[in-house]
Design a protein around this ligand. Sequence first.
Ligand code: DLL
Length: 436
Amino acid sequence: MPTLFWEEEIETLPRVGLESIQLKRLQQLVARVYQTVKPYRAKMDAAGVTPDDINSLTDLHKLPFTVKDDLRDNYPFGLFSVPLDEVVRVHASSGTTGKSTVVGYTRQDIELWASIMARALTCAGAHKEDMVHNAYGYGLFTGGLGAHYGAERLGATVIPVSGGNSKRQITIMKDFGSTVLLSTPSYALNLADAMDAVNVDPTSLSLRVGIFGAEPWSDNMREEVERKLNLKAVDIYGLSEVMGPGVAMECLETEKGMHIFEDHFLPEIIDPDTGQVLPPGEKGELVFTTLTKEAFPIIRYRTRDISRLIYDTCKCGRTLVRMEKVTGRTDDMLIIRGVNVFPSQVEHVLMGIDGVEPHYQIVVDREGKLDTMQVQVEVSGNLFSDEIRMLEKMTRKIQADIKDMLGVTCKVKLVEPKTIQRSEGKAQRVVDNRRI
Ligand code: DLL
């Protein structure tokens, strides 16, 4: 099938053309933010930079970073760049600590977001004939409404089902003929379990593509979801501070990550320890500057997400840079007895073992002065009816593979199917009892 584009010209623009658009937009943005948002002006003054200093894209590096605490310090609306009466919507994320972070959108921001999301959906092969089953949560979370407006803009039929009530979701999928599923990858697995429970064979449904994001998931998890739901699974990335879903989207080549919609979001990769910008291709922390947003523009926002940027042209024809699947966050990295451990690495090991279900949790504790890590993972039901020897063999295999990959000795607890708590939105993969 030929590649579908939403805005072909911009999506396939040679880099020189793209960079000239980016520079013009960046200059306008910095000038506007300097005029209208006091905290940005104060930070730029302190760093000795003015809008006139931005004469090339690399001049971006002169500007100070923005971090989550800047949003908290200016809670709720202190970083908005337009008067509140021009703001038509707010979203917020609760976060795990402290005050929530609040973002706002003008009418034009909402329009733009809808069209960027329509571009993302098209990149995943969705089109106006599709029946889009939107199981992202509706509410303050950007997932539900963000995807909803994009699917409507595409001209598809949207089912605004939100998360939860999985059995009903299966009935709707069957009766309405859902062709595109939008949800977190962990909730997609929940839906697969629910199908199993009500004896619905996924091949009897019309699902063709699943657009999964809002949390990290491995390529091994992709295979699992594709098999269990009988669809093609693609990754979508975004964050509320930058816009919401649709900052980057994987195309159907599913090869080297997600295309960043660079005409709106300017990416950088930095060394998370030094803040230095890293050369193309190196792995580090993703930083974004919005180029077109009105109500809540953001400059050099440190996402804490770890990725790398890949600049070669994709087989799909898009010239937009790709970001590799997010492998973790600088702040969810666990340090277990001095070793850096990302939950995604544990997932990668687990999903490579036969008989292991894609539901797991990592429990970290401290015994005396020593950190301990226990991996609790569901294994298929028939293993429990086998001899105890089989369970012991599986436990040893998981321990050995984790030790090989991460260099950490962990405890493994095999649990029966459906014991680990399911999520309707983002899954909680880590329970760190050391902080309590
Ligand atoms: O999760 C927006 C979103 C909704 C993206 C629906 C995709 C689909 P926040 O709640 O602000 O926004 O959380 C943003 O989630 O910094 C990443 O750590 C993580 N995240 C989002 N997408 C992915 C992904 C939405 N595809 C935070 N892979 C981000 C890995 C992701 N992590």
